[in-house]
Design a protein around this ligand. Structure first.
Ligand code: AP5
Length: 223
């Protein structure tokens, strides 16, 4: 991995378990550094909502807490990286999640600079966060009934829509997502650990505390 971005596009890989706070931190990074946010989970949910062939194929895997086949993700990521302009940075939130995806990304990124931020959070905290997550179906704002509740219960502060729970946040699906993370995604952390540009961040504090460490790591690349 290269750790300096100049005139080339560059990549910030945000890794971490389900509920680790990748999406939350990514939104804060967009505000701070003007990066483009590519969440593979959000992209797949949008494809499923629109009923595209990729989205329809992905839906059953997502609802069961399993990984969507690598070929579907590969096309999505390749297309987005190819569209980046010189000097533009993007966040890959939720990709790569398997060793095959990590190897594919190494192939397609060429000499684009890249940093990896791995957010570590204990499982009992993840379970509580996922049980408490609520999302606005209209504007996409994310809340947590335990940690960042809306002003009016189950209503979005910004647009007033009824908040929803993600189907894959049900307890039994969360258990499966955590198992898949331990089995298939942990080896990807080991793949990057020890390479230059790898940063590990304690994600158990509040979002602002975590962001201090995350933004320090990104600042090295984005400055
Ligand atoms: P995806 O949508 O990526 O789900 P995930 O990785 O399981 O992560 P989450 O979105 O659940 O959590 P997060 O880390 O973003 O946490 P968040 O910030 O929301 O993927 C869903 C599915 O799509 C996968 O299971 C798979 O099927 C498929 N998929 C996606 N990418 C794939 C790939 N590469 N290959 C194959 N399949 C793929 O935070 C969670 C909650 O906690 C929120 O309520 C938030 O407000 C709260 N919170 C966040 N940070 C804090 C904090 N510091 N303190 C207190 N509360 C916090």
């Amino acid at each position: 991995m290269v750790t300096e971005a100049k005139d080339q596009p560059y990549i910030v890989i945000l890794m971490g378990p389900p509920g680790g706070g990748k999406g939350t931190q990514a939104k804060m990074l967009v505000q701070e550094f003007g990066l483009i946010h590519y969440s593979t989970g959000d992209i797949l949910r949008e494809e499923a909502r629109r009923g595209t062939p990729a989205g329809l194929q992905a839906r059953a895997y997502m609802e069961a807490g399993e990984l969507v086949p690598d070929e579907i993700l590969g096309g999505i990521v390749r297309e987005r990286l190819a569209a980046l302009r010189p000097g533009q940075g993007c966040i890959l939130d939720g990709y790569p999640r398997s060793l095959a995806q990590a190897r594919f990304l190494e192939e397609i990124r060429g000499d684009m600079p890249c940093t990896v931020i791995n957010i570590e959070v204990p499982e009992e905290v993840l379970v509580r966060r996922l049980a408490g997550r609520r999302t606005c179906p209209t504007c996409g704002k994310v809340y947590n009934v335990h940690f960042s509740p809306p002003r009016v219960a189950e209503r979005c502060d910004d647009c007033g829509s009824q908040l929803q729970r993600r189907k894959d946040d049900q307890a039994e699906v969360v258990r499966e997502r955590l198992r898949v993370y331990r089995e298939t995604t942990r080896p990807v952390v080991d793949f990057y650990r020890g390479l230059p540009g790898y940063h590990e961040v304690d994600g158990s504090g509040d979002a602002a505390q975590v962001f201090e460490a995350v933004s320090r790591a990104v600042g090295i690349l984005a400055s």
